[in-house]
Design a binder for this molecule. Sequence first.
Ligand SMILES: Cc1cc2nc3c(=O)[nH]c(=O)nc-3n(C[C@H](O)[C@H](O)[C@H](O)COP(=O)(O)O)c2cc1C
Ligand code: SF4
Length: 682
Amino acid sequence: MAPDPRFDVLFEPVRIGPVTAPNRFYQVPHCTGIGYRRPETLAALRGMKAAGGWGTVCTEYCSIHPSSDDDPYPSASIWDDEDVRALSLMVDAVHEHGALAGVELWHGGAASANHYSREAPVGPYSRPAGVWDPVQTKPMDKDDIRNLKRWHLEAAKRAQRAGFDIVYVYACHWYLVKQFLSPSNQRNDEYGGSLENRMRLLRELIEETKEAVGDSCAVAVRFAASAGGPDDDQDVSEPRAMLEQLADLPDLWDITVHDYSYEMGTSRFVPEAGLEATMSWVKEVTGKPVVSVGRFTSPETMLRLVRQGIIDLVGAARPSIADPFLPEKIRQGREDDIRECIGCNICYSGDQTGTPIRCTQNPTMGEEWRKGWHPEIIPPRGSDASVLIVGGGPAGLEAAVALGQRGYEVTLAEARKELGGRVTLESRLPGLAEYARVRDWRLTQIAKLPNVEVYLDSQVDEEQILEFGADRVVVATGATWRRDGTGRWLEEPVPGWEAPSVLTPDDIMGGVLPSGPVVVFDDDHYYLGGVIAERLLAAGLEVTLVTPANEVSTWTTHTEEQHRIQARILGLGIAVETGTSLAHIGDGEVSLECIYTGRQRVLESTNVVMVTSRVPRDELYSSLADRIDTTRIGDCLAPGTIATSVYSGHQYAREMDAAPLADVRFRRERVVAPRSTGPASP
Ligand SMILES: Cc1cc2nc3c(=O)[nH]c(=O)nc-3n(C[C@H](O)[C@H](O)[C@H](O)COP(=O)(O)O)c2cc1C
Ligand code: SF4
C-alpha cells in the first residue's frame, strides 16, 4: 500500500517549549516492571520505540527521592548521579533515532509506603500510606514542603544532565501533587483549603522547574481533566478551573482522567478514544500543546482528534507496547501491519507483580536487550528443514508467522473450520471481541507468506503426520478445561463431578447451555469465570458465581480491572459467593462450603460450570515424541495466558536451529558484589 497523504499531518513536528518533537507520536510515561533495576534492558526497550517512529519517548514514573520508593513495584529513580548514568543510557538510545526523551518526575506521597528506603511516608496530612499498608504519612510541615521542592528541583537538574528534553511535573494518579490538589487535602494553611491554596504546590513546582531547566527542557504537566472517569464522575468544573489558572504556565499538558481503570481501561470496559468526551475542552483553555491517550491504534482516530483540535500529540502507552513500529508503519502506508493492542492489560501485570513487562500481542516486548529480539526483524532460517504445525491457536499461529518470516517451509493443520483456537472462541464472549486481534494480525501476516500453507478442517493423527514427512513437528493443540473441579483451592475432584450437569467453559463456548439455575465455580481467578457468568446471564439464566477467593476474578487486580469486573457482575444481578468452595454436587443441588469455617449450605442448581484449571492436550505429542523431531508449544506445553502462548510460539520459532542454548537463556543485569565490603558508615 502507498502511504496515505492524509496521515502526513501525524508526521508534522510539534514545538514544545524549547524543544521540538519530530512528529506527533508521543509515548506517554509507562512503567515496565524494569525501572531502576535493569537500565540496559530499559534503554533497549525505549530505544526500540524511538526506532519505530515514536517522536517522543518517556520514562516510567521516576522517583525523585528515597522518601518516595515504590518497592516491590520497580519504578525508575533519579536520586543521585548513579541514576543519572543509568538513565542516560535510555536517553542516548532514544536520541539515537532523533526522538525526544521525557522523564516523569514522581513523588508518591501517601501512595508510597517506602518498604525499601524505610523513610517515613509524607503527605499533606497524616493519612494511611501505601496500599492497605498499616502505616501512615507524616503530615508535611513547611520544612518538608521546602525539601520536597528542593528534591524536585535537584531531580530536574539531574534529568537535564542526563540529557532529557522534557521534564514532567506529575500532578495526577493520586500521587503527592494530586494529594495536594484534591478536595480531600485537609491542610488549613496556604497549601490547603481553597482552590488556589491547593494549587499552590503545583504552581510552584512548575515555576521552579521552568526556572531551573526551562532553557533547554520543556516542562510538561500530567493532569486529570475530570474528577472520575467518563462513565463515573464527569464533573470537570474543578479541573477546568485549575487548568484555566495555569493555562500557559507549562510547555505541555499531558491530559488523563482521574479514574485509572478508565484511563487505562481494558477493552472489556473502555473503547478506543474513551477519554475524548471528558477532555475535549482542554484546548479551549490553553494555547500550549496537548497530548492525551485513548488506546489509539487506528490512524483514522488519531487523525480525527488532531484535525478536530482536541489533541496536538497522539499519546500512547499500550499501542506503543503492542507495536513499537506503529508510527513507521503508518508512514510507510502499512496500516494493515499494525499489531493492534487488544486491551488486555497483561503489560500492566508486569509492574503489578514486580516483574518485567510482557505483552500479549508483542512477544518481543522486554526482550530487546536480554534476548536481542527485535519486533520487526528476525534472523533468516538456519536450515532447510520443513515444519508441520498442528494447531492454529495463538501459539501455532505465532510460530507459523515467525517461522515463515524466517523463510522456513511451514504447513499448519487446524482441526476446526476456523483459526485462532481459544482466542476465536473467547472473543465471542461478552466484552472480549478485541481478543480476536491476536488471530487477525497473524492471519494478515500469513497471507503475505507464500511459504506458509494453512489447512483447515484437518484433524491429523500420528500416522498421517509421519506420512506427511515434515522434518519437524510442532504440536500446538491447546488445553481442555477440567470438569472435575481441580484447581487452585481444590486439589482433588469435587464429589459428584461426573454428573452430566457439570459443564466447562469449552462446553459453553461450544454452544452448550445449562437448562436452569447455574453455579459458575471460579477457581481460575482470571477473567474467564466472570465472563462465562455474564454469558450465562445474557442467556436468561439465574447465575451464582462461587469462588474461594475473596473477590471476583481476583488476579485481574494486576490488570487494573478487578473493581470494574466485580461492579459489573454485581450490577447485572449475578449472585456472588466469595470465600466459598464446592463440597459436593448432587441432583439439582450443590453443597457450598465456607473456606474459613467449613460450614456448608445447599444451593438449588441445575448445572455447575467448572472454571478451575486445564489439562494440556498433549496426547499427540506423547505419541510422536520418540518417532520424529517433535516440540510442543503454548497451552499444550503448559496452559497459561494468551500472552504465554504467543510467547511460546515465538520463542520456538526464534530458537529453531540456533546455537545450543545455555541453561540461562537470556542476558542478565545484576549487582556485582564489591571485592571488599566494610561496615556501612553510621
Ligand atoms: C504498563 C503500563 C504502565 C503505566 N505506567 C504509568 C506510569 O508510570 N506513569 C503514568 O503516568 N502513567 C502510566 N500508565 C498510564 C499510561 O501512561 C496511559 O495514560 C494509559 O495507559 C492510557 O493510555 P493507552 O490507552 O495509550 O495505554 C501506564 C500504563 C500502562 C499500560
Ligand atoms: S499486553 Fe495487552 S493491553 Fe498491553 S499492550 Fe499488549 S495487547 Fe495491549
